[in-house]
Ligand binder design. Structure first.
Ligand code: TRP
Ligand code: ZN
Length: 894
């Protein structure tokens, strides 16, 4: 472990390497505690760097056995080592040399899950961002693209399946019960896309044809007992292939495409060329163990990784500052794919609502995770300017805000203009490692547009505020909309430039119908929704030809990642909740109205829930014309993380009390309505994953939760009956979640029964851990959640070395249960520091994710700050602190 203070890497310091690698031939003799890696590579002088300078290789946690250049060991003076960097001088004028380096690694001792490691007896790799250097010495940067051949040699019985990127060239037996396989990847790739798997696995296989008629083999590799849970991942893969062919004209470029599921994995999944490696959580699904949401997540993660094959692999990043080049674009693509899939399932009638439901999901994530990041000490532009540890920059900003930035381009250029830009991007950069500028330049050129000002979205951090005000002039029948923008300062960025903000808007007439929009100077009225591009600090737009004062509906579909500031009274919000033709904004009106009540109640300025709110809420609840999935969204409270961010001083206790109060109130005054809704939303017949059924189940589960929150005896009986009779995980877990809200014997019995039933099912137990870690205290009698979480760490199924377990239990508690985590006695904070320190010693990436739970501590009440600061300091002073955790905690305290 590196213990020295990590240096800060600056984006402007980028330099091409003097030596690159053309071909690499790797041989692995796989043994759990001592794997020998023989690496023979052809190094060439890089014309882009004038070819002067040493060969630079990085290596970490490697034991070097030998190193030679063209068969000769370099002299002592020609070889320098500095931390993980190895520099070798090439004295002669040769343009190309063969470098052979043999190293030994210990996969069994590798608890970081970066590099080569063991999971359940099998060998797996994870190289992004800088894990390849933990496997062998290499110029481990994404701008070095090489051709790989890989030979795996392993024990036949322990590892019957040997996989790597590309095509299988040959395989066969070796002496001593061993066997081998040799793979070749026909495409140039950066080292972060390398992968190997050697394990006891079985595959679900399908052969399909690409659009151009090539036959390709698709495989989903899992442990034997999980073969009945792969169908959905396979279907998702095929749907993704078809979608990319029809939407972007992009085809699978290999003869074989593999997905491998592994139980120990730091993140969701990894797009290694032709050999995607997945967290089991995003592959395995069957009705008895996976919820509708799990099915959705599998589909979108499979799509995300598959789409990377073009956006990320064929065209990759020049350096890690450009991460959003592949991640923002690929998240946008997977969001569009999921929306299209939902729309297709819903049919022409329901398509718009189905798309809105997906958009709402995505915006919820953005607001709950990215807005707080943008308002805290880790705030960074989607293309950061500096980092200490790149693993800390796989963030909601780079991914989710990055996707919003791509979406704005799509909105500004239109689907065809966007497609033309993508085509040009590939025609220029296929096979290359490029920058975000290259992408936006292609979009600009293909559309004859100047996108210079748009680039501020790549260089500025912080969430912009969009301020809107309208003025009605009855005499002329005109409505003037004033739009202004302002981005608050963020660390290191005091001054902000005006951005290009696409504002999709409509004007709603008093009859609840959209007005045809006509800007002053236009000959006639046009569409009812249009996009204005705000590109200066303040602009005015005058709409004419209106019969009466309209109600503005701004930022329809959430057309930009900003906070809209618009003074709307309760009546207007209720009006838009009932009439806005844009389903996203209808939902958003409900969120704004709820937010207003929750914050007023948390701030002590509101005692009772207004009747008018309950009435507007009831109208949505009973509107059978609305798609159930949409209603489930509209009847859910804003995320706690987003609300905390909206408080001037974050007070998690007061916020929780307000949320509890409002939820209970809505549960009890509408108990009859919830029960009727529950009855109406039953889905007959055998479970199938289908968005229409999923919407009904989501709404039924929500009804149970409101009823249980209110302590409604009938509702609890319904939940118990559903729990006992459930034939699928969505219903069973939905019922359990409702029962678990009320402390007492019924809760404990249900939790116990669930635990017993799924004792051998780690992914299901993750749900069980998360449910308890996320528990709210609905009554004073209930046990503090921190005590339960602490106790659950001793459950035999829990393990600090499995990231899914850590995320389920600790992650849920630290990051999704503010009301309990920030208990006034500070017990949560002490517990946090203990766990971050423990995890730091084994898995810095996971430790750092947990550490981030307290980065926004300065926004909390003085009492909480006083409790948190010493814990942050304790972590910062911990021995052997990783650069990952040091960066997060250091920035939090600075
Ligand atoms: N590139 C991956 C994705 O977006 C995520 C990823 C980055 C990752 N670093 C990782 C996955 C480390 C696992 C471990 O899909
Ligand atoms: Zn990705």
């Amino acid at each position: 472990m590196r213990t020295e203070q990590a240096p800060t890497i600056q984006r402007v310091d980028y330099q091409p390497l003097a030596w690159s690698v053309e071909r690499i031939d790797l041989h692995f003799r796989l043994e759990p505690t001592g794997t020998i890696v023989t690496n023979r590579m052809v190094c060439v002088r890089n014309p882009a760097a004038a070819g002067v300078g040493p060969i630079r290789l990085w290596g970490e946690a490697l034991e070097r056995i030998s190193l030679s250049i063209d068969g000769v060991e370099p002299s002592a003076g020609a070889l320098r080592e500095n931390g993980s960097l190895l520099e070798i001088d090439v004295a002669g004028p040769e343009q190309s040399v063969t470098l052979e380096v043999v190293t030994r690694v210990n996969p069994k001792a590798n608890t970081t899950l970066s590099g080569l490691y063991l999971s359940n007896g099998g060998f797996f790799t994870q190289c992004e961002a800088e894990g390849f250097r933990r496997i062998t010495c290499f110029p481990d940067r994404p701008d070095v693209m090489a051709r790989f051949t890989v030979t795996l040699d392993a024990d036949r019985e322990a590892c019957p399946v040997l996989l790597s990127n590309g095509n299988l060239l040959e395989q066969g037996d070796l002496p001593d019960g061993r066997h081998y396989a040799k793979w070749e990847d026909p495409f140039l790739k950066p080292s972060y896309l390398f992968a190997l798997v050697a394990a006891k696995l079985v595959a679900l296989e399908r052969e399909v044809e690409t659009a151009s008629g090539r036959k390709v083999l698709l495989q989903v590799w899992v442990e034997e007992g999980n073969l009945d849970r792969c169908e959905h991942a396979m279907d998702s893969l095929i749907h993704s292939m078809r979608w990319d062919e029809t939407t972007f004209g992009l085809e699978l470029d290999l003869d074989r495409f593999m997905i491998v599921a592994v139980a120990d994995f730091n993140m969701g999944a990894m797009e290694n060329k032709g050999l995607n490696i997945f967290n089991t959580k995003f592959v395995l699904a069957k009705p008895d163990t996976a919820t509708d949401i799990d099915y959705e997540n599998v589909e979108s993660v499979v799509a995300h990784e598959y789409f990377h094959n073009w956006t990320g692999n064929r065209v990759t990043c020049r350096d890690w500052f450009q991460l959003t080049l592949k991640e923002g674009l690929t998240v946008f693509r997977d969001q569009q794919f999921s929306a299209d899939m939902l729309a297709r399932a819903a049919g022409p009638e329901g398509a718009a609502s189905a798309r809105a439901v997906k958009r709402i999901d995505d915006v919820r994530v953005l607001r709950a995770a990215q807005f707080p990041e943008d308002g805290g000490p880790m705030a960074h532009p989607i293309r950061p300017d500096s980092y200490q540890e790149i693993n800390n920059f796989y963030t909601a900003t780079v991914y989710e805000k990055g996707a919003e930035v791509i979406r704005m381009l799509h909105t500004l250029l239109g689907p065809e203009g966007f497609r033309n830009g993508m085509d040009l991007y590939f025609s220029y950069h296929d096979g290359c490692a490029v920058t975000c500028d290259d992408f936006v330049d292609a979009m600009a050129e293909a559309n004859g547009r100047d996108l210079d000002q748009f680039m501020h979205w790549y260089s500025q951090s912080g969430t912009p505020r969009l301020r809107a005000a309208g003025a009605w002039d009855a005499a002329s029948g005109s409505y003037t909309l004033s739009l202004s923008q302002h981005t608050p300062p963020t660390p290191g960025e005091a001054e902000k430039q005006p951005l290009v903000i696409p504002v999709a808007l409509g004007l709603i007439g008093p009859d609840g119908r959209d007005c045809a929009l006509q800007l002053e100077g236009e000959a006639q009225p046009g569409a009812t929704t249009r996009v204005l591009a705000l590109n200066s600090a303040e602009q005015h737009f005058r709409f004419v030809g209106l019969a009466a004062e309209p109600v503005p509906s701004l930022l329809r579909g959430f057309s930009a990642p900003v906070i809209l500031e618009l003074d709307e009274d309760d009546a207007r919000l209720a009006f838009r909740m009932a009439h806005d033709s844009d389903p996203f904004n209808r939902w958003d009106a409900a969120q704004r109205y709820s937010e207003r009540i929750i914050l007023a109640s948390a701030g002590g300025t509101m005692q009772a829930v207004p009747e008018a709110f309950v009435a507007a809420f009831r109208t949505l609840l009973e509107d059978t014309a609305l798609d159930p999935a949409f209603r489930a969204q509209a009847l859910s409270m804003p995320a706690e993380g987003f609300l905390l961010e909206r408080m001037s001083v974050a007070d998690p206790q007061a916020l929780r009390a307000a949320l509890v109060g409002l939820t209970r109130h809505l549960g009890s005054v509408l108990a009859g309505e919830w029960r009727a809704l529950f009855a109406a939303m039953q889905v007959p017949g055998e479970y199938r994953y289908h968005p229409a059924d999923a919407g009904r189940r989501a709404l039924a589960n929500l009804a149970l939760r409101y009823l249980a929150a209110a302590g409604d005896a009938e509702g609890l009986a319904l939940a118990q009956a559903r729990f006992d009779a459930a034939t699928n995980m969505t219903e069973r877990f939905g019922a359990l979640a409702a029962l678990a809200q009320v402390s007492g014997a019924a809760r404990e019995a249900a939790l116990q029964a669930f635990h017993q039933r799924y004792l051998k099912d780690p992914l299901v137990l993750d749900k069980w851990f998360a449910l308890q870690a996320g528990a709210w205290r609905w009554s004073d009698a209930a046990e503090p959640t921190v005590e339960r979480v602490h106790a659950l760490m001793s459950d035999p199924a829990f393990s600090l070395s499995n990231p899914n377990k850590v995320y389920a239990l600790l992650g849920t508690f630290f990051r999704a249960n503010a009301g309990e985590f920030h208990a006034a006695d500070g017990s949560g904070h002490v517990f946090w520091a203990d766990q971050v320190i423990a995890l730091n010693a084994t898995n810095p990436q996971v430790a750092s994710r947990m550490a981030r739970a307290l980065e926004n501590w300065r926004r909390y009440t003085p009492e909480l700050q006083a409790s948190i600061r010493p814990q942050l300091e304790r972590v910062l002073a911990a021995e052997g602190l990783s650069p990952d955790v040091a960066e997060v905690v250091g920035k939090a305290l600075s």
